[in-house]
Design a protein around this ligand. Sequence first.
Ligand code: NDP
Length: 334
Amino acid sequence: MTETNRTVRLAQRPGVGVPGPDTWTIADEAMPEASDGEVLVRVDYVSLDPAMRGWINAGKSYIEPVEVGAVMRAGGVGEVVASRHPGFNPGDAVEGMTGIQRFAVLPGRDLHAIDLSVAPAPTWLGVLGMPGMTAYFGLLDVGQAEAGQTVVVSAASGAVGALVGQIARIRGCRVVGLAGGPEKCAYVTDTLGFDACIDYKAEGMFKALAAAVPDRIDCYFDNVGGPILEACLSLLNRRARIVLCGAIAGYNDPSKLSGPRNYMALLVARARMEGFVVFDYADRFAQAQAEIGAWLKSGEVHAREDIREGLDSFPSALADLYSGGNFGKLIVRP
Ligand code: NDP
């Protein structure tokens, strides 16, 4: 039987709100073929990321928007099927921007070999992939977290947040997470080893957070923005750092992200808030992957993936990211 490709393409740009099923066209297509310098990859897992919401809006941010009609941009891992690039052979395990599809053709220069003896393929989209790099460089380079300090991280059970807190723990920090619901909070403390986790959906979030940071906050790793950012601003220590990693609370409706009203707390605390984009650290990814890989092997870092079956699950899986319906790094197996 001849194989066909199956793709998820952007059908139209969504308005305000979580993108509905009519945002996408999911269809079978002819198999793509590799030209000189290119590689044909069977995509085994694709990464679903909150930033996808921004990539499908018109207008450039830190990256060009996905064009209407194009295959949806995504990181993926898979196996080389055919290669016309000297660096790759059929059977090689690789990672790259494959898009949401079953087979992808990429220039060999844009692919990276991955070592499946270090961790299984999905983990190369999680703690060893882009979210892992985000946690590592955001916390250590931008957040400058040091032993004995208090680190707070939001979306703490998610792909980035879970690793932020685990690295902070390994570095000797007091670590407090915020997550939605008792089940996620229990995972964050009992499995990931955070000192405390606040269920931000329950009553009294600010009081609970204040009680969990008796020495106030030296580093807040912000994945969400909104009311949690304002709460953390009010609890900063002198010379604290806020790592502006993301603001998922406003991705589907920017009007939800007014403020922060109390940003003068930065002045009072002589603190700073700094944004960063993980791709700027690409030349240091291998170093971070080696260190995180060693932590995985020793059991000091726990990796959790939430894997959905089939490309047709993509629209509802993506929506889950914005309601907390995922538990761990969200991945689709095409
Ligand atoms: P996650 O795996 O953490 O999934 C998203 C989680 O966000 C949900 O599970 C939910 O968890 C939480 N969430 C959703 N809506 C809200 C809300 N309104 N308030 C509070 N929490 C909410 O995603 P990632 O780890 O992949 O991404 C985390 C953040 O990191 C995102 O903001 C993303 O854009 C950013 N990022 C930034 C990068 C950079 O270079 N700056 C690179 C990669 C990611 P819960 O159930 O706990 O509410």
